[in-house]
Design a protein around this ligand. Structure first.
Ligand code: ADP
Ligand code: AMP
Length: 214
């Protein structure tokens, strides 16, 4: 099962992608996580990506596409995968479709987690990320057992630089301009499914399971 998660930054794509990956036993591929790992490790890719990410801009397509195409060709993706944060532009979607077509494959579902902009600003302000393992929490909606400490690895939690309020509005504008057109793209392709992302995260997941099947 090959799945794309669509939705604004902070809509809950990562939260749901992790649950999908666990239930259906497929890899969760987050381009944002890949870039953050590269930044942490000081790689050339990380250095290039950081200049765009810190400004709330998209990393150029040419730095993203090959990375994802290589990743989905790996052995652990043979039964499918859930893509989180990719594609984010029409050229990325077209490049992915072409790469899959070359292998005689196609995407099965594009799930749009629908959340209005008003809710997004609160979501992002409360999101906290672990500096160690990258796990994501929320001060109100997904709190840790001990404040400021990751439940999984015990490291410190931070507010991502690009989740600061001044950058969030920029990211939302970028989303509407460059990523939202993908909703029509996948609707035309006949694989778009929309779920209400404003409800409790377990209810969002149930709506997704209703689409994907038990
Ligand atoms: P994305 O991957 O789309 O950027 P995340 O999955 O990181 O979004 O979610 C953004 C923030 O909102 C996180 O702090 C997460 O814990 C929280 N969150 C996710 N889904 C919900 C939900 N249904 N209700 C409330 N908060 C949520
Ligand atoms: P995310 O963790 O998905 O919110 O991504 C964080 C940031 O990484 C984005 O704001 C972009 O700067 C960059 N990024 C992640 N995925 C992509 C992509 N597919 N195309 C371009 N930039 C991306």
């Amino acid at each position: 099962m090959k799945i794309i998660m669509l939705g604004a930054p902070g809509a809950g794509k990562g939260t749901q992608a992790k649950k999908i990956a666990a239930k259906y036993d497929i890899p969760h591929i987050s381009t944002g996580d890949i870039f953050r790992a590269n930044i942490k490790n000081g790689t050339e890719l990380g250095k290039k990506a950081k200049t765009y990410m810190d400004q709330g801009l998209l990393v150029p397509d040419e730095l993203v596409v090959d990375l994802v195409v290589d990743r989905v060709n790996q052995e652990d993706c043979s039964n499918g995968y859930v893509l989180d944060g990719f594609p984010r532009t029409i050229p990325q979607a077209e490049a992915l479709d072409k790469a899959l077509a070359d292998l005689g494959q196609k995407m099965d579902y594009a799930i749009d987690v629908d959340v209005p902009d008003e809710n997004i600003v609160n979501r992002m302000g409360g999101r906290r990320a672990c500096v160690g393992c990258g796990a994501t929490y929320h001060l109100v909606f997904a709190p840790t057992k001990e404040e400021g400490i990751c439940d999984t690895c015990g490291k410190e939690l931070i507010l991502r630089d690009d989740d600061k309020p001044e950058t969030v509005q920029k990211r939302l504008n970028v989303y509407h301009e460059q990523t939202q057109p993908l909703i029509e793209y996948y609707s035309k392709a006949g694989i778009l499914k929309t779920v209400d992302g404003t409800v409790d995260m377990n209810d969002v997941f149930q709506a997704i399971v209703d689409i994907l099947g038990e």
